[in-house]
Design a binder for this molecule. Structure first.
Ligand code: LMR
Length: 394
């Protein structure tokens, strides 16, 4: 049987992560996988998470199963964190998942249970694993224009024109904030126009929000998701705790399905529970419990928010420094978009040859589409990167 298997296409992000590890150069710079790193290059455990972990170790008295949708406290606090009071809690079905990826997969599966002929509209570009999962599930995808290569901003007219083709029963996948891989985002007026279009076509929005707190702030980054949830009859929301709580390997995420009423919510909840059971039974608990502990304890929550704010403003400062340095070296403003982008990533907007030169000649690793992880930089490496970008011919 095993001899019938074929090698799977490699995941570009994870392959680059491996290539970076194997590079012996000591001055190499990792701008690849989306993991936050501080100025010393470490991915720290956040203070509040460490404190919650200590408390949990003292207080936890069983490792028995919890519930198919995960711990209800987690789904409640996370629904609050993402949705605020945009929708009535009794209309929100929710299930814990192994990371944001688990939530994305669950969302696609749920939507396909509702509509076997599901078509999913995805931004061009989007997180490559969105496409891989959809392909694996044999779900039709329809790209919509998103990134404008000329301005390195959003091609909003193109996006709206392409989304006109969406129909009732289709899913339109949107990044709630901090678009991955481009860093270019809609403003709230544009979000409202998307909402009007969705409501006119009957297509259902699905929001992937994996970087809440990394852009303009916790509430600011959730504003678009809340606007959609408050104004569309249905929405699926996949949220990740990997980045904003720094608990990548714990695999902590949540899928929320906002329904029109409590009756529809109950059916959606039943389907989410069932999908969890069919896939892995119970979602992981450790990370989810840490998140609940942090969000429910005033002191821990305040400390977590303060640390997250340091992370966010640190990345903004690096963006500004890089844009300034490139302005100085290029004598032009054409890299100004780097300071406008938000989140962990920016797409530099250069071709794969230049990306390859940066890797080969300078040991600078970014994804082939020129996505850079801004958190992979520090004040000392920004000038090095800027110099290399110009030298490579950008
Ligand atoms: C990324 O986009 O680099 C992150 O979301 C990590 C991953 O799993 O791809």
């Amino acid at each position: 049987m095993l001899n019938a298997l074929r090698k799977q296409p490699e995941d570009k992000i994870l392959a680059l992560m491996q290539a970076y590890k194997s590079d012996p150069r000591t001055d190499k710079i990792d701008l690849g996988v989306g993991v936050y790193k501080d100025a010393s290059g470490k991915t720290p455990i956040m203070r509040a998470i460490k404190a919650a972990e200590q408390k949990l170790w003292q207080e936890e008295i069983t490792k028995s199963y919890v519930a198919l949708a995960g711990d209800q406290e987690f789904t409640t606090v996370m629904s609050n964190l993402v949705l605020g009071n945009a929708v009535a809690p009794q209309n929100v079905a929710a299930a814990g998942t192994p990371g944001g990826t688990g939530a994305v997969r669950l969302a696609f599966e749920l939507a396909r249970m509702a509509n076997p002929d599901l078509k999913v509209f995805v931004s061009d570009p989007t997180w490559p694993n969105h496409i891989s999962i959809l392909r694996y599930l044999d779900i039709e995808t329809q790209p919509y224009r998103y990134f404008d290569d000329a301005t390195c901003g959003v091609d909003f007219d193109g996006m709206m024109a392409d989304l006109e083709a969406a129909r009732a029963g289709d899913l339109v996948l949107l990044h709630g904030c901090c678009h991955n891989p481009t860093g270019a985002n809609l403003n709230l007026t544009q979000w409202q126009a998307v909402i009007d279009l969705l409501n006119r076509t009957g297509a259902v929005p699905m929001i992937d929000i994996a970087y809440q707190g990394f852009g303009d702030g916790l509430d600011e980054d959730a504003a678009a998701t809340r606007l959609v949830a408050a104004n569309c009859p249905e929405v699926l929301i996949a949220a990740s705790c990997s980045k904003n709580f720094g608990i990548y390997r714990e695999r902590t995420g949540i899928l929320m399905a906002v329904a029109q009423d409590a009756g529809l919510r109950a059916v959606a909840q039943d389907n989410l529970n069932s999908l969890n059971r069919l896939t892995y039974s119970f979602p992981p608990d450790h990370g989810a419990r840490l998140v609940s502990m942090v969000l429910k304890d005033d002191a821990l929550r305040a400390d977590w928010q303060a640390e997250l704010e340091e992370v966010r403003t640190g990345m903004l400062a690096l963006r500004q420094q890089l844009a300034d340095e490139l302005r100085r070296l290029s004598g032009s403003d054409r890299f100004g978009f780097l300071a406008q982008h938000r989140g962990m990533f920016s797409r530099l907007g250069v071709g794969p040859d230049l990306v390859e030169r940066l890797r080969a000649d300078h040991g600078i690793y970014m994804i082939g589409d020129s996505r850079m992880n801004i958190a992979g930089l520090n004040a000392q490496t920004v000038p090095v990167l800027a110099q290399a970008i110009i030298e490579a011919g950008a």
